[in-house]
Design a protein around this ligand. Structure first.
Ligand SMILES: *Cc1c(COP(=O)(O)O)cnc(C)c1O
Length: 355
């Protein structure tokens, strides 16, 4: 019909809509249902819901696979870890999201998996660890260290070694990185972040192009009941309609703020991987000053989480669960879509006040 492949922006806006019928809505409605009429895909609300379908269609089309929505990002990763054979080795980044590491450490302690932690930006080290492993978990960029993995090279080596490859694509989104095209078997998302984009949803997802794995994961979701709410998936679809516009704007802001932070004499370093909306930096005045400054900002909100339209920041080590390898003073700044000059003035004011 179109004669050419649609761009991600057009997919974000148009995928997952109901069939066009006279008098029908343009958007999938919020379907609140525990029971559905038999004969379709789902007849009980734990098996499926039409509003999930809409979310899954948009995300699947953007990532190039079939998507499954879960109640949260960690519920999605747990469903995937459940597929790892008992006792098998799992390779994961030392600096992966701490909720991911916590799950794997717990499974390792129980003898369910053998956890091999690696520096994900050291490709040789990762490839060596892949040997004999069942699953290689990649997060790139990592949260909050912002390390970058060579996904294609790791996926190639892991596949040769017989290991499945999963990529946590939360920070990059399918608009900046498509792991399935790079050779991964699974893409995992915390849709609570950039995909939803308005800090009002907890939601996760897995995308795969492997039909057998898809069926196994879908079964896991039904058995465990790690299912999303209709409202959450509806909000996430609404958010994804503007993902490309939000991302472009927040990214442009992040590029500029990183440039200015790097040049500031009050800042020891600013780290930014060149794409995405997250900056990690430290201030010369130290961790206590970093804590104070994040609490005193006016435009930027002092809060955890990331990927919303509003800029947020926090000193990551204020969370007791954050690994000690994350510097005590590291501030993770999630850049939003506000005016960049207003953001910079806010940063300059609090930097000057604590320096
Ligand atoms: C937030 C986050 C998760 C966990 O997702 P939830 O939706 O909070 O369960 C996983 N990975 C990354 C990179 C995250 O930022």
């Amino acid at each position: 019909m179109h004669g050419h492949e649609l761009s991600p922006s057009t997919i974000a806006v148009g995928a997952g809509r109901p069939d066009r019928v006279p008098g029908g809505p343009l958007n999938a409605p919020i379907t609140l249902a525990s029971a559905l009429v038999p004969g379709g895909g789902s007849e009980y609300g734990r098996q499926g819901n039409p509003t999930w379908d809409s979310f899954e269609a948009v995300l699947g089309a953007l990532e190039g696979g079939r998507a499954l929505a879960f109640s949260s990002g960690v519920a999605a990763s747990a469903a995937l870890f459940d597929l790892v054979p008992i006792g098998a080795a799992v390779v994961a980044p030392r600096h992966a999201y701490y909720g991911t590491i916590a799950q794997l450490v717990e499974r390792d302690r129980r003898g369910q998996v053998e956890l091999r932690l690696v520096d994900i930006d050291d490709t040789e080290q990762v490839i060596t660890a892949c040997q004999g492993a069942a699953l290689v978990w990649i997060e790139s960029p990592t949260n909050p260290a912002l390390e970058i993995a060579d996904i294609a090279a790791i996926a190639r080596a892991a596949t040769q070694a017989g290991a499945a490859v999963a990529v946590d694509n939360t920070f990059a989104t399918p608009l900046r990185q498509k792991p399935l095209e790079l050779g991964a078997d699974f893409v995992v998302h915390s849709a609570s972040k950039l995909l939803s984009g308005h800090s009002d949803v907890i939601l996760g997802a897995i995308v795969t192009d492997d039909d057998r794995a898809f069926a196994a994961l879908e079964k896991r979701r039904t058995v465990l009941g790690a299912i999303p709410g209709a409202m959450e998936t509806w909000l996430a679809v609404r958010g994804m309609r503007t993902l490309h516009v939000r991302l472009d704007r927040a990214e442009a802001n992040a590029v500029e703020l990183h440039r200015r932070l790097s040049a500031s004499r009050h800042v020891t370093y600013s780290r930014y991987p060149g794409f995405g909306t997250i900056i990690a930096f430290e201030v010369a005045a130290g961790p206590a000053a970093a804590q104070k400054m994040t609490e005193q900002s006016d435009v930027i909100t002092y809060a955890t989480s990331l990927g919303g339209v509003e800029s947020t920041w926090e000193r990551r080590r204020r969370h007791p669960g954050e690994p000690e390898s994350v510097p005590e003073g590291l501030i993770r700044l999630s850049v939003g879509i506000e005016d960049v000059e207003d953001l910079w003035i806010d940063i300059q004011n609090v930097l000057a006040a604590v320096s």
